[in-house]
Design a protein around this ligand. Structure first.
Ligand SMILES: Cc1cc2nc3c(=O)[nH]c(=O)nc-3n(C[C@H](O)[C@H](O)[C@H](O)COP(=O)(O)OP(=O)(O)OC[C@H]3O[C@@H](n4cnc5c(N)ncnc54)[C@H](O)[C@@H]3O)c2cc1C
Length: 424
């Protein structure tokens, strides 16, 4: 019976859904052994380091990942990085197929003057900082200003703005990094402006997230009713379902009676940022009113851009515009790509499931005779590999540490600390 070895690089949703698809494609005649390689000591990708901590339900998808990981044909090799610990050629030599599922971790740049001033950063830095990603634990995030501007019109922008505008004690029962909760409690930020280049009808927010906003108990959420009414008029009689649903949700917020809390989150549409100004650090953002010559500025001490992501290049893999070059997920002989690295930063977690399943079908179609030339254990030179067993120890320790505090888990933020919890 042919037994094929498949390496999946990246333990995020796309990697797990690819593994799941391979498990589902097995028959009496076709078997896979799956090795998943992850650069961090912890798996789950953005479900751990991206998804907002005040949305814990979304993270329950990790149960699906653990089910995949506990199948006998699956092995985890975390704390192993493609690029530094291993090269793609080594994987291609050892495996019948290699699946790249490394996502996208770099924030896109606006390309305007002042973007690199102190106090201006990407959501690709801010989000992993509050979510305990070990590479971002030492970021110096200065929250001593009263106004922050978040640039972008998608769910990441909304997450960032909401986390900044929340009453910080609301984060106590979440798995937000301790260092971030401390910083939010000391934060002077009281007004957060979410700025979108285009009108509300073009915003990439999703309506369930918008509908959640009025539930914030200690934050005024402000949307200008006239902006939404104008957008509804522009969208015409038959707007797309998602657009209608978004506009309905935004109209509801805009019609709500004003609340008077200390903290405010406000949406500013049709605002194209042209410059970030400041003497050594951010002092204001200059905007052009989109579609006109009119300019205006917002005084602020913090700017966070959430305008998309791109992938860092890995040697031996072709990239174009921050994505892996591919045709329906095929990259080159026996090399495939799934998830954000394939499609770019769009869709919800579930989008990666159907996408990975399609690519794995192609992978199976392409299979030749099995290679049987050894595996990753022949090439890894360090002895601090986090296997599924070590990860389970980390996972249990984090959950146990969170329990007395009423948190789903208390994440360790330091690589060494994580490895120690894994008994490595
Ligand atoms: C801030 C934020 C919030 C989000 N919130 C939601 C939400 O609420 N609901 C929702 O449905 N979707 C949400 N998403 C989208 C969702 O997270 C993505 O669709 C999904 O994570 C993409 O999966 P992926 O596996 O392609 O990438 P990732 O989740 O990024 O996983 C990639 C993995 O590859 C690893 N890796 C990278 N390079 C290497 C290497 N060289 N060697 C080994 N491993 C490597 C990374 O460490 C990571 O674990 C959010 C995204 C962001 C950025």
């Amino acid at each position: 019976m042919p037994q094929y070895k498949v390496a999946i690089v990246g333990a995020g949703p796309a990697g797990y859904f690819a593994a799941m698809a391979l498990q589902n494609l097995q028959t009496e005649e076709l078997k896979f052994s799956i090795d998943m390689i992850e650069r961090l000591p912890t798996p789950w990708g953005l479900v751990r380091s991206g998804v907002a901590p005040d949305h814990p339900k979304i993270k329950t998808v990790s149960k699906v990942f653990e089910k995949v990981a506990n199948e006998p044909n699956f092995r985890l090799f975390a704390n192993v990085e493609l690029g530094s610990d291993l090269a793609i050629v080594q994987l291609k030599e050892k495996y019948d197929a290699v699946v790249i599922a490394t996502g996208m971790a770099l924030g896109k740049k606006l390309g305007i003057p002042g973007e690199d001033l102190l106090g201006s950063m990407s959501a690709a830095t801010f989000v992993p900082w509050y979510n305990s990603h070990p590479d971002f634990k030492d970021e110096n995030i200065d929250l001593s200003c009263d106004t922050a501007v978040v640039i972008g019109a998608g769910n990441v922008a909304m997450d960032v703005a909401r986390i900044l505008a929340l009453e910080p004690s609301e984060l106590d029962p979440t798995d937000t990094a301790d260092h971030a909760i401390d910083a939010f409690k000391k934060s002077s930020v009281r007004a957060v402006v979410v700025s979108a280049r285009r009108g509300p009808e073009h915003a990439a927010f999703t309506s369930p997230e918008l509908r959640d906003l009025p539930k914030l108990e200690h934050t005024n959420v402000v949307i200008n009713q006239a902006d939404i009414e104008a957008a509804i008029a522009r969208a015409g009689d038959t707007p797309e379902k998602d657009v209608k649903s978004n506009l309905d949700a935004m109209l509801l917020i805009s019609e709500k009676e004003a609340t008077h809390h200390e903290r405010t989150m406000k949406f500013q549409f049709l605002a194209t940022p042209t410059e970030i100004k400041g003497n050594g650090r951010v002092e204001e953002v200059v905007f052009q009113k989109t579609g006109s010559d009119e300019t205006f500025s917002i005084k602020c001490g913090l700017v966070i851009t959430a305008i998309g992501y791109e992938a860092a290049s890995l040697e031996g893999i072709p990239y174009e515009k921050g994505k892996v070059v591919n045709s329906d997920g095929r990259v080159s002989e026996s090399l495939y790509v799934v998830g954000w690295a394939k499609r770019g930063p769009s869709g919800v977690i579930g989008t990666n499931k159907s996408d990975a399943a399609e690519v794995m079908k192609l992978l199976v179609e392409d299979l030749g005779t099995p290679k049987n030339l050894g595996d990753i254990t022949d090439v890894i030179t360090h002895n601090r590999v986090v296997t599924q067993m070590h990860w389970q120890a980390i996972n249990m320790a984090e959950v146990a540490a969170g329990e007395p505090l009423g948190k789903p888990r208390r994440k360790a933020v330091d690589r060494e600390e994580l490895l120690k919890l894994g008994r490595l």
